[in-house]
Ligand binder design. Structure first.
Ligand code: SF4
Ligand code: SF4
Length: 304
């Protein structure tokens, strides 16, 4: 089985739309499983009408709690806490501010009285279900939680598990925006990164950062230039950047309201089929063909 992460340096580039369309095309020819690693705004399950899902609470790292009965008031925990999460509201009284606690456990290790314990915290939920193209894994980070990398790792694990159960040929991962810890978690062991970018000033910068992260893990990057026709100068800059960095541009997708409308229809009525005659759909088809060829997928239609 091959796995591909569809990523972009930031949100709003059309990454999820492209993932859904590629999943649709792939599912006509082979077994595909999806993982939506954007756990802060999980839209892929909505776009592809998830059903029969099961979700479980996901425990992230713990938060420290001090037992005032056992605490001797030495203050060591406050000294070692780099996050200034240990408060000292009165003489000899120490408490942990759970919002500031990062769960590193350093205070537990130094406390001479054994007065600190780590309490597990629920940071969100991880789900598995079925959608219009087959199995899908996704997650939802709880409000105010910031440990999304751990939840992304869990979503990826669930996606892999579902893919293996199904004997899938392809795992498509809708990556999180940005280039931080959640992206690194999403990229683990993928065969290829499909970088979706737009012809804006920040597009070059975001693509550059994404390519650097992928290079660190030696994952090849292929580029899709979305809404390429909206800003010819920006598109030219991106082409030059890609050429300079040796990043193949697989397709340029024009701005196409029919394309977006198609996806909306797919998300609202299971009987509706996508409009396959739009310019953007045809360009996305080129991406699918290139992907099937590059990864040697058993896709006969794409091989034509
Ligand atoms: S290190 Fe332990 S004993 Fe010392 S102040 Fe902190 S909780 Fe209390
Ligand atoms: S677990 Fe780490 S962050 Fe939390 S209070 Fe202890 S030392 Fe500070």
């Amino acid at each position: 089985m091959k796995s591909v992460a569809i990523a972009s340096g930031k949100g709003g580039t059309g990454k999820t739309t492209l993932t859904a369309v590629l999943a649709w095309m792939a599912s006509r020819e082979l077994e595909v499983t999806l993982a939506d690693a954007d756990v802060e705004a999980s839209n892929l399950p909505l776009a592809l009408q998830v059903h029969s899902q099961t979700c479980t609470a996901f425990q992230g790292g713990g938060k420290a709690r001090i037992s005032e009965a056992d605490c001797s008031g030495c203050g060591l925990c406050q000294e070692v806490c780099r996050f200034e999460a240990v408060l000292n509201p009165g003489p000899g009284v120490f408490r942990v501010d759970s919002l500031s606690c990062e769960g590193c456990g350093h205070c537990v290790r130094v406390c001479p009285a054994g007065a600190i314990e780590m309490l597990p915290t629920c940071i969100g939920e991880a789900c598995q279900g079925q959608c219009r193209t087959g199995p899908i894994a996704f997650g939802q980070l709880g409000p105010g939680q910031d440990l999304s990398g751990r939840l992304v790792t869990e979503v990826r694990r669930l996606g892999l598990e579902a893919a293996q159960e199904k004997g899938a040929d392809l795992l498509l991962i809708d990556g999180p925006p940005g280039t931080g810890c959640p992206l690194i978690a999403a990229l683990a062991s993928t065969d290829l990164v499909l970088a979706v970018t737009e012809p804006t000033l920040s597009g070059v910068h975001d693509l550059d950062r994404l390519a650097q992260v992928a290079a660190r893990f030696r994952i090849p990057v292929r580029v899709v230039l979305n809404k390429a026709d909206l800003a010819p100068e920006g598109a030219r800059r991106l082409r030059e950047t890609c050429q300079g960095q040796g990043l193949p541009v697989w397709a340029e997708i024009p701005y196409d309201p029919v394309f977006a409308g198609t996806l909306q229809a797919m998300s609202t009525d299971p009987r509706l089929q996508p409009r396959t005659d739009s310019a953007a759909w045809i360009a996305a088809g080129e991406v699918w063909k290139a992907l099937a060829r590059e990864l040697d997928l058993p896709a006969k239609l794409a091989a034509r």
